[in-house]
Design a protein around this ligand. Structure first.
Ligand SMILES: C[S@@+](CC[C@H](N)C(=O)[O-])C[C@H]1O[C@@H](n2cnc3c(N)ncnc32)[C@H](O)[C@@H]1O
Length: 434
């Protein structure tokens, strides 16, 4: 989590945990900052209502060395009306999970005007989102998965979604994601949205839909939800500190880039009393040459190499006929596929935390379904996508410019009229760059 936040905020030097407890997240940030050898001052701000927690956090953080640490730990109610949050600080938070109503509810500390299921974690999510939108900084927040998924939290999610200049993504981590956490957890990524992601004008939207309707989809069997479903047996199946990692999950994949596995699967467990899970076989997992993130508002794909086990937070693709995996990845990551996805699925466009589904991939339209239909274009797309392969985090300006050039080439593959191609570029180039 600390590594992801530093990646998302490469120029930020100030971080706030608004409910810091004993400081575990702040400690992780210091460790990651040091591990990267980042120079200059690091400002860590921790707030908590409980003075004993703050003392523990201070003791732990003051033991840390190796970087110039500026520590500001204060007893504060982060949700107090009028509380001033520090401008420009990125946020890491694991706020308390508690409802203001229901059987285990706690008393609401203040009158609430907002609709939906009232909860402390929902209030934190919304307050953090407002801070991020206002100061254009990212946040990573651990929340109960229910906040991302359940109808009763829809009003809270919608309030986050309605903030201009902010995009959110919910990564489901499953049960027992952290020691002592029993419920199903989500890691919520909040990012300032990038320039130029204005929607296309409605007539251009209609034109794009009409143009793509004339192209064909790939056969249904090209896409599968075949990853390891850990069900209620994640503890038994997943080794989180393995000697030989062999299990990937959604967060290991970025567009064109597949990181190495960080977890391991305790395979060979065919039955466990009272546990529901599905692993499949390693040969089966390896037979899918392309993987896609399941939590995303558009297809985000990478070639599955080196192949390993993967969890169902990754979907799988087997491109048709003689289409190479790299070429498939070039098309799936391209601006047209992204925009078609959002056009074709109103829920993908409007829901706060959209998920990519197999049905969405089966509905995608492609400029060709075999290399034979356009061999030169196919090979060029594949060659350029191959050059973008690499590990997560290894992005620099050169990589970005190659990615932009490939986005352009993949757009031309659809033979859009120039006005449409221009509109797609303008609307999506920044979003695809993420
Ligand atoms: C789950 S713990 C945080 C754990 C911490 N992030 C860590 O990594 O060690 C939640 C903390 O939030 C604090 N808290 C609850 N409501 C708060 C509020 N309104 N403002 C600030 N802190 C709050 C609690 O005292 C508790 O220590």
């Amino acid at each position: 989590m600390a590594a992801e936040l530093l990646d998302a905020a490469p120029t930020v030097r100030s971080f706030l945990d608004p409910a810091c407890g004993a400081g575990a997240l702040l400690l992780a940030l210091v460790a990651e900052w040091r591990a990267r050898g980042r120079d200059g001052e690091l400002e860590l701000i921790g707030w908590d209502l409980d003075i004993r927690m703050l003392e523990q956090a201070r003791a732990a953080l003051e033991e840390e060395g190796g970087c110039r640490l500026h520590l500001r730990l204060e007893r504060r109610d982060a949700l107090a009306r009028g509380a001033r949050w520090p401008a420009g600080a990125a946020i890491a938070a694991n706020p308390p999970w508690a409802s203001y109503s229901g059987r285990q509810g706690i008393a609401a500390p203040r009158a609430r005007s907002a609709g939906g299921w009232p909860s402390v974690h929902g209030d934190f999510a919304e307050r953090i989102a407002r801070h991020c939108a206002l100061h254009a900084v990212p946040a990573l927040v651990l929340l109960p998965a229910a906040w991302c998924e359940l109808e009763r939290y829809a009003p809270s999610r919608a309030r986050v979604d309605s903030l201009p200049g902010l995009s959110c993504e919910c990564e489901l981590l499953g049960e027992h994601a952290f020691p002592g956490v029993i419920g199903s957890t989500a890691l919520v990524h909040m990012r300032p949205s990038v320039r130029g992601s204005r929607p296309l004008e409605p007539d251009l939207l209609r034109a794009l839909r009409a143009h793509l309707a004339a192209l064909s989809a790939w056969p249904d069997e090209c896409f599968g939800d075949v990853g390891v479903h850990t069900g209620n047996a994640a503890d038994e199946l997943v080794d989180r500190a393995p000697l030989r990692p062999d299990l990937r999950e959604g967060r290991d994949l970025g567009a064109f880039r597949l990181g190495g596995p960080r977890l391991a699967l305790r395979a060979g467990l065919e039955r466990l009393d009272g546990r529901r899970f599905r692993t499949g076989t390693l040969a089966g997992a390896r037979s899918w040459p392309v993987l896609l993130r399941q939590t995303a508002n558009r297809p985000i794909a990478a070639v599955h190499d080196p192949a390993a086990w993967f969890r169902n937070s990754l979907l799988a693709c087997r491109p048709p006929a003689d289409v190479s995996p790299d070429c498939a990845v070039a098309l799936l990551n391209g601006p047209v596929a992204a925009h078609f996805h959002q056009l074709a699925h109103a829920d993908a466009r409007q829901r706060v935390f959209p998920q990519l589904k197999i049905a969405h991939l089966r509905a995608q339209r492609f400029p060709f379904a075999s290399r034979a239909a356009a061999p030169a274009l196919h090979d060029e797309l594949a060659r350029r996508a191959l050059a973008l392969r690499g590990r997560a985090g290894a992005i620099d300006a050169e990589w970005e410019s190659k990615r932009a050039a490939l986005a352009e080439l993949s757009t031309t593959a659809y033979h859009l009229p120039e006005s449409l191609a221009h509109a797609v570029r303008r609307a999506l180039v920044d979003r695809v760059a993420r």
